[in-house]
Design a protein around this ligand. Structure first.
Ligand code: PBG
Length: 336
């Protein structure tokens, strides 16, 4: 190592030109690693922009298919779908809207698209919590919620989802979903578990998009999701829940959010040899967009720098609202 520091230029010898810098890169990010989230909303007349998430929309069933076509042309073929049904309930959920969208996508695009589908109840409950409440209305009931999640996951898989991605943070849902899928001979459907999902304040723009903010007023005393999502100050919990989800049959594990949790991503991906996804969540993405709007940052270069940090920390795939610009932005970075 010492000789690197010798001579007039030392370590700067390898930074002297673009060619030498390119040649010695250790981390390379390709648009093939990026997953694009999609929102499809029942009962809206035309697609709606999402504050903070430039270029991402609450799509109608019709605009959704057009958007996917455009995404394929832009080199994006991996998606994470969020269905937002019009009717809400406390315990009886209807997954037919989302299942119908999955079937429409897969019928039209077949294996050109890899379709993962988020499995959670927060867009379906009247109160915006991620599950069914206990009789006392003061807690999310774990067994009842797991049962409802497994049913939804099964319906999504039957409709043709390549992957189901439970984001609810209930205990034991991976085993329940795997069992339900296998019993229906859907043994090839992947499970991507949001295994290290933190109780974060960076989910703001998403909750507008998915109509899923927890409502504290009304019938329950739960203000937020702190009784099921991981406390940012308890990293060991992220390891325990990821180990458990791997053991229960998750194929892909995830850290969420991304940049504020790079330490977690690095440690977990080193300790658990599974494919790791990371979710660059709505608030992280919007932060870059808002800085760019103020003229304080160059958005494409800042976005690609964020992706490099996530891959460097151990992610093999990145869920990002900018996936549909990925090919162009990464090329721009290479040219800069
Ligand atoms: C649903 C879910 C959330 C996100 C993905 N799935 C929100 C939440 O838990 O409140 C957040 C994604 C983002 O902010 O981009 N449970």
């Amino acid at each position: 190592m010492a000789q690197d520091l010798t001579g007039k230029l030392g370590l700067r010898r390898l930074r002297q030109s673009k060619t030498v810098r390119d040649l010695t890169q250790e981390v390379r990010v390709s648009h093939e690693q990026l997953i694009q989230p999609l929102f499809v909303v029942e009962g809206i007349k035309s697609r709606e922009p999402i504050p903070g998430l430039t270029g991402v929309y609450r799509e109608t069933p019709e605009s959704l298919l057009k958007q996917i076509q455009a995404d394929l042309e832009a080199g994006v073929s991996k998606f994470l779908l969020f269905g937002v049904p019009a009717s809400k309930s406390e315990s009886r959920f209807d997954s037919s809207f989302t299942a119908g969208q999955i079937a429409a996508i897969k019928n039209r695009f077949k294996d050109q698209v890899f379709l993962a589908v988020d499995v959670c109840l927060c867009s379906s409950t009247t109160h915006g919590q991620c599950g069914i409440l206990t009789a006392e209305n003061d807690h999310v009931d774990n067994p009842k919620t797991v049962e409802a999640l497994a049913l939804a996951a099964l319906q999504y898989a039957k409709a043709g989802a390549d992957c189901v991605a439970p984001s609810d943070m209930m205990d034991g849902r991976i085993a329940a979903i795997r069992a339900a899928l296998d019993a229906a001979n859907l043994d090839r459907t992947l499970i991507m578990s949001y295994s290290a999902k933190f109780h974060s304040r960076f989910y703001g723009p998403f909750r507008v998009a998915a109509d899923s903010a927890p409502k504290s007023a009304g019938s329950n005393s739960l203000k937020d999701r702190s009784t099921y999502q991981i406390d940012p100050a308890r990293p060991s919990d992220a390891l325990l829940s990821s180990l458990r989800d791997a053991k229960e049959g998750a194929d892909i594990l995830m850290v969420k959010p991304g940049m504020p949790y790079l330490d977690i991503l690095k440690e977990l991906s080193q300790q658990i040899k599974k494919p790791w996804a990371v979710y660059e969540v709505s608030g992280e993405y919007a932060a870059i967009e808002l800085l760019a709007k103020e003229g304080l940052i160059q958005a494409p270069l800042a976005h690609t720098e964020a992706w490099i940090s996530l891959v460097r920390a151990g992610a093999s795939m990145v869920i990002t609202y900018g996936a549909r610009n990925g090919r162009q932005w990464l090329a721009q970075r290479q040219e800069s």
